[in-house]
Design a protein around this ligand. Structure first.
Ligand SMILES: CCCCCCCCCCCCCCCCCCCCCC(=O)SCCNC(=O)CCNC(=O)[C@H](O)C(C)(C)COP(=O)(O)OP(=O)(O)OC[C@H]1O[C@@H](n2cnc3c(N)ncnc32)[C@H](O)[C@@H]1OP(=O)(O)O
Ligand SMILES: NC(=O)C1=CN([C@@H]2O[C@H](COP(=O)(O)OP(=O)(O)OC[C@H]3O[C@@H](n4cnc5c(N)ncnc54)[C@H](OP(=O)(O)O)[C@@H]3O)[C@@H](O)[C@H]2O)C=CC1
Length: 515
């Protein structure tokens, strides 16, 4: 019997960010392995015209939750959605709901965050710092609370090369920053943002670091742990391989590469691609929740959830495997044939962006205009290149994270728990994982049917022929223009033609002699 699964039995668990990528997988695993848990409270806001209840229903009816319904048919009853907006005071939770949360919660998993790299500092501070502070305040009023698990990111200290399982000091006091956000206007905040974030690449990593500092400062008597996952990718094994549901991290780029929009990237092929499957992160979260509540470590432990030091894969290898999979199971209606060129040189990158990305987009828009349709490819390409430029920081560097706490925890688990809550990434086969990842992107993000694969392959063959034709035509035109303008080119041309003629004559003469 799994000790961890038994631990969650009968518990009331509060999850923030449950509608997000990680939150959904966490809920699914909890319900599947501990169907006798008491309740999962989730803080949900209405969104895109849907009420909180509608959102939860839609989520539970998705493919991700199909398996869990077999072991826990009353899954709807186990989840209690609470209207909340983490940007509001007291999260805009009603008095009755707040009372219930305060008196009943046993464990908190704090996953909610803004993960956008370009969020204005005010918004990122509000969600990643102030909301964490408010949640800690709430937690301190929960008499039954056994553990508070805070999800940060391995990149919160990405300005360092080697990162230990400690909280590093921030150049600014989080409380001072929170206070200043109240009286500074947006224009001034935007102006000082680059100075504040310093050598971090964006407001996301900066505010996640501040969030950790707040957790450290306001932990009081709470039993707290911090988990720092690296780049979270599709599921590895559970509930089934390859599940993804948003365009963050590698997902958007896999689509862009598979559809042939993105054919080269400024990235170091040897840099470690520190991707970690979402189910691995969730298994570690649940193990940490159990360990923190049961063993009550004296200080806040930080756990790095990364793949690089145990089972490294690099971007070059990932690119090759992606191409091999696109070959086997291509995405439908590709714009161009997939390709994955890497360069670390900024000028070469500009060149490839112009030739391989912008020029085809302009030509395609010209074709759309000619056929009476609205041009759209240039706009799409500019947006994609902007996204790629924001991710470049993470694909041109490697980091080293120490993993003593994660390894200690692995050793603490019983063999059964090591199996059910497996977070040992050494067992991951990258080639298989990447293949399933691409299949998952195709099925769950692009909603493409496998029946369309032969047609997609046919389409790629057509694109290859168009590519050859286009290149031949371009070469002939360029050559013709050169011959018209340059005596040297003309001489070279006559030399090649006469050489070929002589070669053919010799070949014909020698074959006649043999006869
Ligand atoms: C040559 C080929 C290559 C070969 C292959 C080589 C290997 C390939 C492997 C790949 C290497 C992976 C490197 C990963 C590094 C991750 C590092 C993470 C480190 C930290 C991890 C964390 O701790 S935390 C999670 C990370 N946090 C994000 O990852 C959010 C990012 N994101 C945003 O910060 C905003 O998204 C941003 C971008 C501002 C746009 O902002 P924006 O306002 O312009 O756009 P919006 O987001 O509003 O979206 C507008 C439309 O773009 C669509 N779209 C959104 N994202 C898209 C996307 N990535 N690719 C395409 N399309 C995307 C969206 O679906 C909308 O489509 P529509 O308009 O049709 O609805
Ligand atoms: N994905 C990754 O690669 C990595 C993620 N992380 C961390 O993991 C955690 C989860 O990330 P992930 O699941 O990928 O992120 P998502 O963007 O998928 O989910 C974010 C969640 O936060 C919720 N949220 C955002 N704003 C509010 C608000 N004002 N009120 C209530 N809820 C809100 C979202 O709700 P809604 O659905 O309403 O928008 C959503 O449920 C984050 O803390 C992130 O920093 C760390 C490393 C890597």
């Amino acid at each position: 019997m799994s000790m961890i699964a038994a631990f969650y039995g009968g518990k009331s668990i509060l999850i923030t960010g449950a509608t997000g990528f990680m939150g959904k997988v966490l809920m699914e695993k909890l319900l599947r392995t501990s169907p006798n848990l008491k309740v999962i409270y989730i803080l949900v806001r209405p969104k895109a015209g849907q009420t909180t209840q509608q959102r939860v229903l839609q989520m539970l009816n998705s493919k991700l939750f199909e398996k869990v319904k077999e072991v826990c048919p009353n899954v709807h009853e186990k989840i209690r959605a609470i209207y909340a907006d983490l940007n509001q005071n007291d999260f805009a939770i009603s008095k009755e709901d707040m009372q219930e949360l305060l008196s009943c919660t046993d464990i908190i998993f704090h996953c909610a965050a803004t993960v956008r790299f370009d969020d204005p500092l005010r918004h990122a501070v509000q969600l990643n710092v102030t909301a964490t502070q408010q949640l800690l305040l709430m937690a301190s009023q929960m008499p039954k609370l056994e553990a508070f698990i805070h999800i940060s990111t391995a990149f919160s200290n990405c300005n360092l090369k080697h990162i230990d399982e400690v909280i590093y000091p921030c150049p600014v006091e989080p409380k001072q920053l929170i206070d200043s956000m109240e009286w500074l206007d947006d224009a001034i905040i935007d102006e000082i943002t680059p100075k504040l974030i310093g050598d971090r690449p964006n407001t996301y990593t900066y505010t996640k670091a501040l969030g950790e500092m707040v957790v450290h400062q306001e932990s009081g008597n709470l039993n707290i742990a911090i988990i720092r996952p690296s780049i979270v990718g599709a599921t590895w094994q559970e509930p089934f391989p390859g599940w993804v549901d948003n365009l963050n991290g590698p997902n958007g780029l896999i689509i862009a590469a598979g559809k042939g929009f993105l054919r080269s990237i400024r990235a170091a092929p040897k840099a470690v691609a520190d991707v970690i499957p979402v189910d691995t992160v969730v298994n570690l979260m649940l193990a940490v929740g159990w360990y923190t509540a049961v063993h009550r470590p004296k200080s806040t432990l930080i756990y790095h959830c990364i793949s690089g030091n145990l089972n490294p894969c690099n971007w070059g290898k990932m690119g090759i495997q992606l191409l091999a999979t696109f070959e086997k199971v291509p995405f439908e209606r590709a714009f161009r044939r997939p390709n994955a060129d890497f360069t670390t040189n900024a000028i070469t990158n500009q060149y490839w962006n112009a030739v391989s990305h912008r020029a085809p987009a302009i030509i395609y828009d010209f074709y759309l205009r000619l056929t009476g349709r609205k041009p759209r490819m240039t706009k799409l390409m500019n947006r994609l290149l902007r996204t790629v430029s924001m991710l470049e920081y993470f694909v041109n560097r490697s980091w080293e994270w120490s993993t003593y706490n994660t390894e200690m925890l692995m050793a603490e688990l019983s063999p059964e728990d090591q199996r059910v809550f497996n977070f040992d990434v050494r067992q991951l086969n990258w080639l298989e994982y990447i293949e399933n990842y691409v299949l998952g992107v195709k099925k769950y993000l692009l909603k493409e049917d496998m029946a369309g694969v032969p047609e997609a392959k046919q389409h790629l063959r057509r694109l290859r022929n168009i590519h050859y034709l286009f290149n031949t035509a371009l070469f002939l035109i360029a050559w013709r223009l050169l011959i018209a303008r340059s005596q040297i080119a003309r001489n070279v041309w006559f030399f090649i033609v006469s050489f070929c003629y002589k070669f053919l004559s010799y070949f014909r003469a020698s074959s006649t002699l043999k006869v």
